[in-house]
Design a protein around this ligand. Structure first.
Ligand code: GLY
Length: 375
């Protein structure tokens, strides 16, 4: 369900709204005071975002009469782990007076903060409420909506986690218009993902507005966010726990996660990895006759227009093992979405439609990686 500037995630008694408009951070205090029976808010953020926004968010919460405390951890995906979780959790539980079940966690940041703060909220006192203020496009259109929370383990990304839905998501579009282009591109890969699996008209919108979106123009950016949140909301409302439909959101991620792991932390961004993964999946789909070659080429050219990588040559600093089928294969097999012995892929069936395929042969994957190496 969507109203002007807000979209509902429909999960019965656990339903919540995602609000999308400029200036929402300053309204966080009034939202909390009006909607929830809480007098206390704990902001969880990282060192980068915290330095920019903890103060204005604290001011908004305090002005609304809440008692506020902030906990920041070092920024970066390499800190989304059990060690950071332990530090944040011990600080949270060590607060005086102690937190209770009416304490509201406020997640302030990008995908890493959202995943970690959400997992802290899922597990502190066996679960406390949290709200989310995403500060990156990636977090706004994907990570902040749908309740996936978690941490990376040495064995792979996101292998520790829980489903724990937020009570409210506030996307302050003003924060996103100041993002550097590389940060925007990180989120744009997920927007292309949504378009390919659910909405061909969104792909046309992205293709047409690519320069305006990359320039962070407020109008196109707000429309992009609303359209993507609407897609994510419909999928999560239909399949919260990824039993069927939600698996489509892993389009581009089988190879993408493997590339990220092989490249090492900081080797390439999530958006870059997913972009390469989507090109590979389109290549396999076109070779199978599931998708017309011109449609696969269109996805590739939209990604290129967003300055996302579509071949290994676009990633000259990437570690050599991340280009190698033999090195990538065991990592793909370790992905938690991989069933025994086979690598599962989401493949497009044209534009705006996709399905989960369990029968993708290793030879098809090898050819797709060869394509990324040659093209
Ligand atoms: N990011 C994929 C999902 O939320 O299911």
């Amino acid at each position: 369900m969507a109203e002007a500037g807000k979209i509902k995630i429909d999960l019965g008694p656990r339903s919540y709204w995602v609000h999308v408009r400029p200036g929402l951070m300053a309204r966080t205090g009034p939202f909390l005071a009006e909607m929830f029976n809480t007098r206390r808010a704990i902001i969880i953020t990282d060192s980068t975002v915290g330095a920019l926004y903890t103060r204005p968010l604290q001011d908004s919460l305090r002005t609304a009469g809440l008692n506020v405390h902030a906990i920041a951890f070092p920024a970066g995906e390499e800190h989304k782990n059990l060690a950071t979780y332990n530090v944040v959790m011990e600080r949270l539980l060590g607060l005086n007076p102690p937190i209770d079940r009416r304490t509201m966690i406020v997640s302030l940041g990008g995908g890493v903060v959202g995943d970690l703060a959400g997992f802290v909220a899922a597990t502190a006192l066996r679960g406390v409420d949290f709200i989310s203020l995403p500060t990156t496009l990636l977090a706004a259109v994907d990570a902040s909506v749908g309740g996936k929370t978690g941490l990376d383990a040495q064995a792979g990304k996101n292998l520790v986690g829980a489903f724990h839905q937020p009570r409210l998501v506030l996307i302050d579009t003003t924060l996103l218009t100041t993002l550097p282009a590389a940060q925007l591109r990180n989120g744009l890969a997920e927007c292309v993902k949504h378009a390919v699996v659910r909405d061909a008209t969104l792909l046309n919108f992205i293709a047409e507005k690519a320069p305006a979106i990359l320039a962070a123009q407020p109008g196109p950016l707000a429309e992009l966010i609303l359209r993507n949140v609407a897609i994510k909301a419909a999928i999560v409302s239909a399949d919260e726990h990824e039993k069927s439909l939600r698996a489509l959101l892993n389009f581009g991620h089988t190879l993408g996660h493997a590339l990220e792991t092989a490249a090492g932390y900081g080797g390439l961004s999530h958006g870059q990895a997913v972009s390469m993964g989507m090109v590979a999946a389109c290549h396999i789909a076109a070779a199978r006759g599931l998708m017309h070659a011109t449609h696969a080429a269109k996805v590739r050219s939209v990604l290129e227009s967003l300055k996302l990588p579509v071949r290994f040559a676009d990633l000259p600093t990437l570690d050599a093992k991340a280009r190698d089928f033999q090195a990538l294969l065991p990592i793909m097999g370790r992905d938690k979405k991989a069933a025994r012995g086979t690598v599962r892929w989401i493949l497009p069936k044209g534009l705006g439609d996709a399905a989960l395929f369990e029968d993708v042969k290793l030879e098809e994957v090898r050819k797709a990686i060869e394509y990324l190496n040659l093209s």
